[in-house]
Design a protein around this ligand. Structure first.
Ligand code: MN
Length: 140
């Protein structure tokens, strides 16, 4: 790890891998792990209706919502609305998904770490339209 500024213009936006996402999802790299750091950070932009498949993170994940209106669901719990300024804390090995609201985009900073074995994210099946369409719980 050496000191430098990684300029935005040198890191093009990519489309998120279609096999792990539903809808249009764009990813901008922020930081990829460099010894001794295990941090990976990405700015992810979901078009309306866009969401991740169900997945798990070996060491958990932290999301920080930058703009728009989003959704987050931990398996077995209600769908939650997430809004700019919210931080979502996702425990290790917990099945979950995140994405935009059906009629709004959402952009979040996603931060996670690899474990001792270099494992980070395990991907599963897409979130069904029925699960995605469930109204979110009231924000407390
Ligand atoms: Mn996640």
């Amino acid at each position: 790890m050496r000191s430098r500024i990684m300029r935005a213009a040198s890191r093009p936006t990519t489309k998120a891998e279609a096999k792990n996402f539903v809808g249009a999802v764009l990813s901008d790299p922020v930081y990829a792990p460099e010894q001794p750091s295990r941090l990976r950070a990405s700015r992810v932009t979901f078009m309306p209706g866009g969401r991740t498949n169900w997945h798990k993170h070996a060491v958990g994940q932290v999301l920080y919502v930058l703009s728009g209106v989003g959704r987050y669901q931990l398996e077995g719990e209600p769908v939650q609305a997430i809004l700019p300024g919210d931080t979502v804390v996702i425990p290790p090995n917990a099945r979950h998904w995140h994405g935009s609201a059906p009629d709004s985009m959402m952009c979040h900073l996603a931060m996670s770490e690899t474990n001792d074995k270099g494992e980070a994210t395990r991907w599963f099946e897409p979130v069904s339209d029925a699960d995605y369409a469930k109204p979110p719980a009231k924000v407390e």
